[in-house]
Write a protein that binds this ligand. Structure first.
Ligand SMILES: C[S@@+](CC[C@H](N)C(=O)[O-])C[C@H]1O[C@@H](n2cnc3c(N)ncnc32)[C@H](O)[C@@H]1O
Length: 393
């Protein structure tokens, strides 16, 4: 639980919370015979019921939390997403329009999208939020109640995907990067070794095992010759099932996933030899997922080629892939900015600064990508993908 130097020290209550989760994970390690795969450690650290970083009651989002996501940063982001939703929803009968959002955080995006779609006279009949944390469900409901009380009756919280197929739009902002990943490295003999977590000398520690990882071997085959020994990285073993489940219940519509990441050739670039695991704690980013257990976010960048492959295998159409900047520009962020009153200098400056963060290549503009997956939609070019980069996947 000890933070790496330079990180702020958690207060006593937070330390207690972390100790409770640590004990929970130690128990799992003992039950498993002394070690668990890193993916299981990450699953507990983020989602152990009532104790994990996302399932516990910590304040994670925004200035007071650990990190800021695009919808938290500026309402312009969600307005642009609403424009893309409009294109798909307006072609559906009103009573069939559904939006399903995965992991809705503070409820910022849901609130702003609903308000924007109400103004466009294209409200979904239902806005479903699939949220794993009951504390976050509560916060989302409070925000909607406060800022869009007339729309809250359209929102329904789900704990799993619906049984019956539906039509509309599925949204996920920074959800894929919060899914547990396996960590591995390339050993001296060029074999791939999986990382496990054990409890040693009163702290969590790494262990490696050279068991066969067939799925990873296949995925990395084209790159293996280029990766030096000691090369470390991650992969998401849960993506294929997740995608299959969504594809099964989306009858007709669009899935839009926003996240930071790269096509596979960049993800497994020889120079990215320490992988992409990143932890966020009170706006400090570092790379030690074994400390501050339950108090910090743990993320990995997204291999967008894997997203496209799993979507294809699940029968979805890969309808677009582009950078966040290009998506927002195509969805009309410049027009939205022109509507901001320049005489209200403080607001104008604030919104301009926020838009720069969303768009600049040195900020979120290029690292963040958007992928569009469709099912049963006519081959209409999607609004946000006029500059399409699918060829890079
Ligand atoms: C970094 S937060 C992003 C929150 C919010 N979308 C935003 O942009 O502010 C990641 C969210 O993804 C959720 N998440 C991760 N895996 C999920 C899954 N399989 N189903 C639903 N939510 C998931 C987490 O619970 C968490 O709320």
């Amino acid at each position: 639980m000890k933070p790496t130097t330079q990180l702020p020290m958690p207060d006593a209550a937070m330390q207690q919370h972390s100790v409770a989760l640590t004990e929970h994970i130690i128990q799992r390690i003992q039950q498993a015979g002394g070690q668990i795969p890193f993916s299981e450690f990450m699953q507990h650290a983020l989602y152990a019921p009532a104790l994990g970083y996302y399932s516990g009651g910590l304040h994670k989002f925004g200035e007071q939390g650990d990190f800021i996501t695009a919808p938290e940063l500026s309402p312009l982001f969600s307005c642009c997403v609403a424009h893309q939703c409009y294109q798909v929803l307006s072609a559906l009968p009103a009573e069939q329009r559904v939006i399903l959002e995965f992991g809705a955080g503070s409820g910022r995006m849901a609130t702003d999208i609903l308000i924007a779609l109400e103004q466009a006279d294209c409200l979904p009949a239902q806005y479903w939020i699939l949220e794993l944390s009951s504390e976050l469900q509560h916060r989302q409901r409070e925000r909607l109640q406060a800022e869009a009380p007339n729309l809250v009756s359209r929102v329904q919280w789900l704990s799993q995907l619906p049984d019956a197929p539906f039509s509309g739009v599925v949204l996920g902002n920074e959800v894929l990067d919060a899914m547990p990943v396996e960590r591995f490295h390339v050993a001296e003999n060029a074999a791939l070794e999986r990382f496990y977590v054990t409890w040693q000398d009163e702290q969590f520690a790494w262990q490696v095992s050279n068991e066969e990882m067939a799925e990873l071997n296949t995925l990395l085959e084209p790159f293996l010759d280029t990766l030096p020994s000691g090369y470390m990285s991650e992969y998401n073993p849960f993506l294929a099932d997740w995608m299959q489940n969504i594809a099964r219940c989306l009858q007709h519509g669009l899935i839009l996933l926003f996240d930071y990441g790269f096509p596979r050739a960049e993800f497994y670039h020889p120079q990215r030899d320490e992988g992409t695991l990143m932890c966020h704690y009170r706006h400090h980013a570092h790379s030690d997922p074994l400390c501050l257990v339950g108090l910090q976010d743990i993320t990995a960048h997204v291999d967008f080629t894997a997203v496209a492959e799993t979507a294809h295998d699940a029968g979805l159409n890969i309808a677009g892939y582009t950078t966040q900047a290009s998506f927002l520009l195509s969805c009309g962020i410049s027009d939205l900015m022109q509507q901001i009153d320049p005489n209200d200098t403080v607001n104008w400056l604030r919104q301009t600064q926020q838009a720069k963060k969303l768009l600049l290549p040195s900020e979120m503009g290029e690292l963040f990508k958007v992928i569009a997956l469709t099912q049963g939609l006519e081959d209409v070019p999607l609004l946000g993908f006029s500059h399409d980069e699918r060829a890079r996947l």
